[in-house]
Design a binder for this molecule. Structure first.
Ligand code: UGA
Length: 429
């Protein structure tokens, strides 16, 4: 099939690369010329394991190309995917300006019978506005659909190839058949539904997962108060299949480009219809104060943070990515700096992004964890990178004067940390 993918962020680029790999002819289009230049040179604009190989392979075999020109990308496409960002606006609502701009730009070039799939996360009913915009610019017959994306950064390709389910929301039978054909090589149960339900599946999935994390973080506080071990408590409830083991890992709270914005957006469009989403609101509030809670645990041990040299391992919003959007590590650092602490930090992939987007943040960047340890009086783990899970505690004891290790991601073994001579402070254990 001939496909166009509008927007070359995580969702767009991974979708384009995977669908090209299945033998489709895919054109990725983006208004960002710098990004298209990078892609044309065979590089990925961000770090995602396995993505560069996929991009190179499919560009070499001419199944995948990139352009800033809609008139080149759209006219032959049987399916056009809209994969642009929907960030939060000042009121927490999803800002749809990129979705609308993309719709306006692609509309004049649509071919008869094309299916326009909105993959961007958009509030229920958005497709009706998209339809108005497209109808203003073309008399061609086309179909709208919603096929939400459930990939996680850091495992985006694997998640796209092997999702638990593929949700196809579309009102036309022919268009549904075409989308089923296109997704044939991808595993996972098919959920066939209407467009609005598909749009809500995306938001409620993210809100539910975010609620699981906040629930876990609340239980962690209870465990701190009663000296229980949250890891065992979560293992104990996770074995119940109705609850499930995933997303019960406590820490500094959820970050990234999706959960924080989607939770705010669902609250906003719930409010528009006067629906109180109290559980989801609670998840948001708990997440907002989780970093404060962790800092209060640090203060309980250190009494003051002023002038303390704090080593921070991890800046990305989670391991395996260079993405720092809504990273709890950065919120933690901002708060520690406000309290007068000095920050020495290392992250395997995300340091360049922090330097670029937060040039005023007073951080001394160091090339590895050892260098951080040598400079610091206490150590904080802020991101769950594998290399921090495997921290060599004997070496740490040898090269540093650190006494406290504050494990903001509960990734170290407290017994081993104590055996190596440190005081361990985790979340709820
Ligand atoms: C999330 C969803 O997991 C994807 O299914 C969805 O497609 C994506 O949002 C999206 O809407 O585009 P992502 O933001 O890449 O994916 O990252 P996650 O792995 O879900 O982690 C999100 C945050 O939750 C991270 O800060 C992570 O550290 C935190 N988290 C996750 C926990 O604190 N505890 C957990 O048990 C799991």
């Amino acid at each position: 099939m001939k496909l166009a993918v509008v927007g070359t962020g995580y969702v767009g680029l991974v979708t384009a690369a995977v669908l090209a790999d299945f033998g489709n002819q895919v054109t990725g289009v983006d208004v960002d010329e710098a990004k298209i230049k990078i892609l044309k040179a065979g590089r990925s604009p961000f770090y995602e394991p396995g993505l560069s190989d996929l991009l190179i392979r499919n560009q070499k075999s001419s199944r995948l190309e990139f352009t800033t020109d809609y008139s080149q990308a759209i006219p032959e496409a049987d399916v056009v995917f809209i994969c642009v960002g929907t960030p939060s606006d000042n009121n927490g609502q999803a800002d749809l300006k990129y979705v609308f701009a993309a719709s306006r730009s692609l509309a004049p070039y649509l071919k008869d019978g094309a299916v326009v799939v909105i993959k961007s996360t958009v509030p229920p009913g958005t497709h009706l506005k998209v339809k108005q915009i497209i109808d203003d610019k073309t008399k061609k017959e086309y179909f709208l659909a919603s096929v939400p994306e459930f990939l996680r950064e850091g495992s985006a390709i694997e998640d796209t190839l092997h999702p638990d389910r593929v949700v196809i929301g579309v009102d036309d039978e022919q268009a549904q058949k075409l989308l089923l054909d296109l997704h044939r090589p991808i595993n996972g149960k098919r959920i066939l539904t209407d467009i609005v339900s598909a749009q809500l599946i995306k938001y409620t999935a993210n809100a539910f997962l975010a609620s699981k994390i906040s629930f876990t973080n609340e239980v962690a506080r209870l465990c701190d108060a009663y000296q229980a071990d949250v890891m065992k408590v979560m293992e104990g409830i996770g074995e119940d299949k109705r609850i499930g083991k995933a997303f019960l890992h406590p820490g500094l709270g959820y970050g990234g480009s999706c959960f924080p914005k989607d939770v705010k957006a669902i609250l906003a469009f719930g409010k528009q219809r006067k629906i109180d989403l109290n559980v989801i609101k609670g998840a948001h509030v708990t997440n907002q104060v989780q970093v404060d809670y962790f800092i209060s645990k640090m203060e309980a041990k250190l009494s003051v943070l002023k002038s303390v040299k704090v080593g921070v391992l991890g800046l990305a919003f989670k391991g395996n990515t260079d993405d720092i959007r809504e990273s709890r590590a950065l919120i933690l650092i901002e708060n520690l700096i406000a309290k007068g602490a000095f920050i020495y930090a290392y992250d395997p992939m995300a340091m360049d992004n922090v330097k670029k987007f937060y040039p005023d943040l007073k951080i001394s960047y160091l090339p590895n964890w050892q260098a951080v340890a040598k400079k610091s009086e206490v150590l904080v783990i802020a991101t769950d990178w594998n290399e921090f899970k495997e921290l060599n505690l004997e070496e740490l004891a040898e090269i540093s004067k650190i006494r406290y290790i504050f494990d903001g991601r509960n990734i170290l073994n407290p017994d081993k940390v104590k055996q190596a001579g440190f005081d361990y402070v985790g979340v709820g254990r």
